[in-house]
Design a protein around this ligand. Structure first.
Ligand SMILES: Nc1nc2c(ncn2[C@@H]2O[C@H](COP(=O)(O)OP(=O)(O)O)[C@@H](O)[C@H]2O)c(=O)[nH]1
Ligand SMILES: [Mg+2]
Length: 343
């Protein structure tokens, strides 16, 4: 599964493009009949050089613009991150100026070709080609800042999670040690994919789960949805905003045995913080480690969280019910049917 920025090739700097263009100009060799008059040879040679340079300069800029995912078609999850990382308006205007630079290079090349055709001496043809190279180089250097912006954008966006926003997504939440990883590992078809999480040093774990013929994504966010919201810094809050664009549902996991060191009461207060951060999302609560919890703990958990599904993920108990409840809650969301590939 790919994310839209993953396939963007490295962005060349202005100097690299100019260097490539000048080398290309020197490389061009044209097969010319011996008997051709010197002026004709010069015209052919210089025209080929201009065309070759136009290809590696304007052609490169155009392919660069094409390699950037169309902003209008980006899923809000990725658009939100792009906005936070670089500013969508900045990216848009940089791309606009790069496209314009390519068009101007084409015009300058056309003009140079005309002058080469009407040249009356080889020197004149050479001069027209050199003038073109100079103009093209300065147009590319003027785009230096825009190229840098796109290069920086690629750096920031290329490692984003390959979460597929078209697949219904449930995000796991709950204090460390409650059993989130155990659940993800036990229900995923393959080993969960580990990706750096946007703007933070944290990692995001994505598992693909096939329930019947429905494919869903289960996302675990260590260090993000496992501690109180008021302890989050600005960056972490932003990543939560982006995460909210991807999530369709939250599964809040409780350690009913309190063995992880968090009382049921503090787990409840984490849950209300999370529910405040995602007011539009439904939260399902699961009481895990039912095998290790006392009757008193289970009763208290039920009093605090309301009647919730019990599970013992480490023993494989309650996993089928977990999947079924998640699927029911995702309900009418249309995820793609699994076609036996891509995961
Ligand atoms: N007794 C018991 N232990 C569990 C259960 N589920 C997970 N654990 C254990 O709890 C510890 C933390 O689990 P982990 O999945 O890493 O929690 P996470 O931090 O929420 O991802 C591990 O030692 C698990 O083996 C369970 O249902 N019962
Ligand atoms: Mg974990």
């Amino acid at each position: 599964m790919k994310q839209p920025f993953e396939t963007m090739p490295t962005v060349l700097t202005a100097d690299e493009i100019v260097g490539k263009m000048l080398r290309e100009s020197d490389k061009v060799e044209v097969e010319l009949p011996q008997r051709l008059p010197a002026i004709m040879k010069a015209k052919r040679r210089e025209s080929s050089r201009v065309r070759a340079c136009e290809r590696v300069s304007a052609g490169y800029l155009e392919s660069l613009v094409r390699s950037v995912p169309t902003i209008e078609r980006l899923h809000p999850f990725y658009r939100e991150i792009l906005e936070l990382q670089c500013g969508v308006a900045n990216v848009r205007s940089a791309l606009g100026r790069i496209s314009r630079a390519a068009r101007v290079i084409h015009e300058v090349a056309k003009d140079a070709s005309r002058r080469i055709r009407s040249a009356s001496t080889p020197q004149e043809a050479g001069k027209a080609r050199r003038a073109f190279l100079g103009r093209a180089a300065s147009i590319i250097r003027d785009a230096r800042g825009d190229l840098e912006l796109i290069a920086a954008m690629r750096e920031k966006m290329k490692d984003l999670p390959a979460a597929d926003p078209s697949v219904p997504t449930v995000v796991l939440a709950g204090y460390p040690g409650v059993g989130k990883s155990t659940i993800l590992r036990s229900i995923s078809r393959a080993k969960p994919e580990v990706r750096p999480y946007p703007f933070t040093t944290k990692e995001l774990m994505i598992g693909h789960v096939l329930i019947g013929r429905r494919l869903i994504q289960v996302v675990d966010t260590p260090g993000i949805l496992d501690r109180p919201m008021d302890e989050m810094n600005q960056t972490e809050r932003l990543s939560i905003t982006a995460l909210g664009r991807l999530a369709n549902l939250i599964a809040f996991i409780v350690d009913a045995s309190e063995a992880n060191g968090f009382s049921l009461e503090s787990q409840q207060s984490l849950r209300s913080g999370i529910s405040g951060a995602f007011p539009e999302l439904k939260i399902l609560t699961f009481l895990n480690k039912a095998d290790a919890a006392s009757k008193e703990q289970l009763d208290r958990a039920t009093a605090i969280f309301g009647k919730s599904d019990l599970m013992a993920a480490a023993k494989g108990e309650g996993l089928e019910a977990f999947k079924k409840r998640v699927l029911d809650a995702l309900g009418p969301l249309e995820g793609p049917e699994w076609r036996g590939e891509g995961i």
